[in-house]
Design a binder for this molecule. Structure first.
Ligand SMILES: [Zn+2]
Length: 94
């Protein structure tokens, strides 16, 4: 299939996104201008994506950890030791 620039339609060597060098640099300038002006479709899309990403981060923080960081983790419970059999007072001093 013929590779033509998505913007100007000319056959040139295209960037990965399908624009020629000329158009992609113009798009970059346009995008930069929109970001600086905080308006325009590129800025709006960036903002939407950024908000979505932030929302995902916020969601990922839930649920809150069960123990606050300052609280020591509980020691694992030790298994019960076997009871030593009575030795008929063998070790009694009295
Ligand atoms: Zn072009």
């Amino acid at each position: 299939m013929a590779k033509t620039c998505k913007l100007c339609g000319k056959r040139r060597s295209l960037s990965a996104r399908g624009y020629c060098d000329e158009c992609s640099s113009r798009l970059n300038q346009n995008a930069t201008a929109q970001m600086r002006a905080k308006s325009g479709p590129i800025y709006e899309r960036w903002k939407t994506n950024r908000l979505k990403a932030l929302q995902k981060e916020v969601d990922a923080e839930k649920p809150l950890p069960e123990y606050p960081e300052t609280q020591q983790p509980r020691e694992p419970e030790l298994p019960d030791l076997p009871e030593y059999p009575e030795e008929n007072g063998k070790h009694r001093i009295n």
